[in-house]
Design a protein around this ligand. Sequence first.
Ligand code: NAD
Length: 265
Amino acid sequence: MATEGKLLAGKNAIVTGAGSGVGRTSALVFAAEGARVVCADIRADEAKEAAHLIEEAGGTAIAVTCDVSKEQDVVAMIAATVEAFGRLDVLFNNVGIPTPRLGAKLEDHTAEDFQRLVGVNFGGVFHGCKHAVLQFKAQGGGGAIVNTGSVAGLVAWGGSVYGATKGAVHQLTRAVAIEGAPFGIRANAICPAGMPFTGFMAAGGLATTDPDQLEKIAAQTGANHPLGRPITAEDCAHAAAFLASDRAANITGVLLPVDGGYVAR
Ligand SMILES: NC(=O)c1ccc[n+]([C@@H]2O[C@H](COP(=O)([O-])OP(=O)(O)OC[C@H]3O[C@@H](n4cnc5c(N)ncnc54)[C@H](O)[C@@H]3O)[C@@H](O)[C@H]2O)c1
């Protein structure tokens, strides 16, 4: 695939959660924008499928099975990237899991629910940022981190523990941006609003394939956003690709809502 003039030409990028939704679309968009992509997911087959789709389209990719809540898996994911492609330029820490029973109030969360949300949503981003920074410093030349936050970390909109993990992701993003700046390391976050058509709702226990229901969900979600439509994985992937690219070379510590105007209201 010719990469000249593309947004991510010559970059080696890891996308976590590449098995589905924002991660899957971002892996494909990053590759189309010229990056060599490491497709990482806890689900091995879905990670492999993402890498296969990229290669079918003429790009370069490998698949890595990784549970981002486990530090040793994240260390191995970065080592596999360096082994395959020589260095790491971009880490997109995109994995996030929803409130286990969508609609659950704070008091409905068990201690296990809490540990899991914190372990995956905050712990995963912590491990990713830590080991990307170590790799960027070891190899020199800076690097870019993009984290997936949420409007639920900017304003309270339900999902109390989930929102708190995303608030933590936002604050970590800013801290990494400041600590990393002297080393040319940038860190930014995208903060999506409602995306009903990724795997996220099913992961939270709500799944439907009924077209009438889907249309209703799209209309309800869109009505929450001033621009009037649901957020898509493509919306997020293009925002992340820009923040990961050299065109954002002087942008760091930014929490970018991808929300159809939701938090501006
Ligand atoms: N869908 C929404 O409405 C919405 C809104 C705001 C923010 N977000 C955030 O967007 C991000 C992507 O979500 P999505 O909607 O694409 O969801 P998704 O469920 O479609 O994709 C998540 C992917 O992460 C993988 N994954 C889950 N746990 C993992 C782990 N421990 N280690 C590695 N991989 C793991 C899953 O296998 C899946 O492929 C998440 O951070 C989520 O919190 C989603």
